[in-house]
Design a protein around this ligand. Structure first.
Ligand SMILES: [Zn+2]
Length: 69
């Protein structure tokens, strides 16, 4: 797999910590579910953290959540 996430991967882990403009303003955003899910797979593989892709109702893009339910 030849994939390099842009920016710090730590941003993904920083969920719902700050509310500024949009609640998701500091999150990575993806145009498509496939992009988000592909990145989620890479994060799980490389960092051992379970993340899931979800559609954002604020910006209507896709984000990754590290919330474990
Ligand atoms: Zn959003």
């Amino acid at each position: 797999m030849n994939f390099r996430p842009r920016g710090s991967i730590l941003v993904i882990m920083n969920n719902e910590s700050t509310v500024d403009d949009l609640p998701c303003h500091d999150k990575l955003a993806f145009d498509t579910k496939k992009q988000a899910e592909t990145t989620a797979t890479v994060v799980e593989y490389r960092y051992g953290s379970t993340v899931r892709a979800y559609h954002c109702r604020y910006c209507h893009l896709w984000h990754l959540s590290s919330n474990s339910v």
